[in-house]
Design a protein around this ligand. Structure first.
Ligand code: HEM
Length: 403
């Protein structure tokens, strides 16, 4: 690792680049190092502050009045540069615009409104498990996480059947764009072709199945709660934020439980533990590692003044393993009190799709547990190289009937 540079603005400084392949693939050692350096570390390469500890991450994502999302939650500052797409109406908006839209979408993605989907998700999980028992050995990324999520989630939104892999490509590009415009981002936009227009076409009312979640967004137009222009962009936010996040979440869950068989034994003995197990996965192997905020005005944080209109990088992955907050932070323990993890964010921008992603992974894990299935990692794994997300590109696994 390179030497740290001099400390500007009273903060410790580091020339570490969080967006290199090497650091993306192995984040926990440098997270530890930056947490030990200070509550805020100045990244010399990106000329912005980095918040590696839980307390400051929590404060930044709570204080939307000071730390804005409307200038983008990536490295690009929309106050200085034009955004590459029309910004998200939820993720990249501040109150009051954000508040009204969040109320509409929050009701649609609420647990009571999703209850009706559980039985159908269980049917799909069981078909998948039958197949896994038949073939035994699979790559759990395409054959389990993608197969399950790409079936149940777009069905719930009301997307037509057919090839849905464009949803993964779109999500990959959107979240890579939250990092700098590096090679990793360039790779994710290469060969994208017509993916953007394909997505927008899927978000039109005429293409959404009646009664499903996407259609419910349009019903809010009829009710006067949102405008006709807002509706397709809000449906788009389901598709951009809801697919690869949950796929990586499901993959991280299978890996965490396979490599901690005593924890899986607990879930098998009591499938109700699938829920807390997934919460611990969101802490331990956070699919969303990092976001940015932009200061609206000068603000003091941890004794350092951050000037207005500056980007601050918040690292949820690091906060979720901060030993100042978590006992035995690097241990995967489904019995711990995991409340307060920031794997789904916190405050007014906390993940609005959390109930459906929890439902998906809960159904998958609890059906595996109910049927007493055992699984293990059966070959070399490979992580994705991604500017903001953490998950597997390759996860060879063996599934078999246990007892
Ligand atoms: C395991 C899966 C998921 C993870 C780890 C995840 C993570 C997150 C995080 C960390 C945030 C906070 C962003 C911030 O503070 O700036 C967030 C917000 C958001 N998520 Fe998720 N998410 C997941 C699944 C989903 C799903 C399934 C959907 C859609 C149905 C979704 C839609 C959104 C939207 C629209 C926001 C912005 C909310 C707002 O700004 O009010 N996410 N997500």
């Amino acid at each position: 690792m390179a030497q740290d540079a001099a400390a500007p603005r009273g903060a410790p400084a580091s020339d570490i680049d969080p967006f290199t392949r090497e650091h993306i693939l192995d984040p926990y050692a440098w997270h530890h190092r930056l947490r030990e350096m200070g509550a805020l570390v100045w990244l010399t390469k990106y000329q912005c502050f980095f918040a590696p500890r839980y307390a400051e991450v929590h404060r930044i994502i709570s204080e939307y009045q000071t730390f804005s999302s409307a200038a983008g939650v990536g490295y690009t500052n929309f106050n200085k540069e034009k955004p590459w797409r029309q910004p998200s109406m939820l993720l990249e908006a501040d109150p009051p615009d954000h508040t009204k839209r969040r109320a509409v979408v929050g009701r649609i993605l609420s647990a009571p409104n999703l209850r009706g989907f559980r039985a159908g998700f269980e049917v799909e999980a069981n078909k998948l498990i039958d197949h896994l028992l038949e073939v035994g050995e699979v790559d759990a990324v395409p054959d389990v996480a993608q197969a399950f999520v790409l079936k149940v989630f777009p069905d719930a939104v009301g997307i037509a059947d057919g090839d849905r892999t464009n949803l993964i490509k779109y999500g990959t590009m959107v979240f890579n764009a939250f990092g700098p415009q590096n090679e990793i981002f360039d790779d994710s936009v290469r060969d994208l072709g017509e993916v953007g227009p394909w997505i927008m076409e899927r978000c039109q009312h005429k293409n959404l199945k009646p009664g499903r979640l996407g259609d419910q967004v349009y019903q809010a137009v009829a009710g006067g709660q949102i405008t006709a222009e807002e509706a397709p962009i809000l449906v788009r936010s389901f598709l951009s934020a809801g697919v690869d996040t949950t796929i990586y979440g499901a993959g991280n869950a299978l890996w965490s439980l396979a490599t901690n068989p005593a924890e899986w034994a607990k879930v098998k003995a009591n499938p109700a533990l699938a829920k807390p197990a997934f919460e611990e996965v969101l802490r331990y192997e956070s699919p969303f590692q990092t976001f940015f905020r932009t200061t609206i005005e000068d603000v003091e944080l941890a004794g350092i003044t951050i000037p207005g209109n500056e980007k601050v990088m918040v690292n949820m992955g690091s906060a979720n393993r901060d030993p100042r907050k978590w006992d035995r932070a690097d241990v995967f323990d489904i019995s711990r009190d995991v409340r307060g993890h920031v794997g789904l964010g916190y405050g007014i921008h906390a993940c609005i799709g959390q109930m459906i992603s929890r439902l998906e992974v809960d159904v998958l894990l609890s059906e595996l547990a109910r049927r007493k299935i055992d699984f293990e990692v059966s070959g070399p794994t490979q992580h994705i190289v991604h500017n903001t997300l953490r998950g597997f590109a390759k996860l060879p696994m063996r599934f078999k009937q246990g007892s």
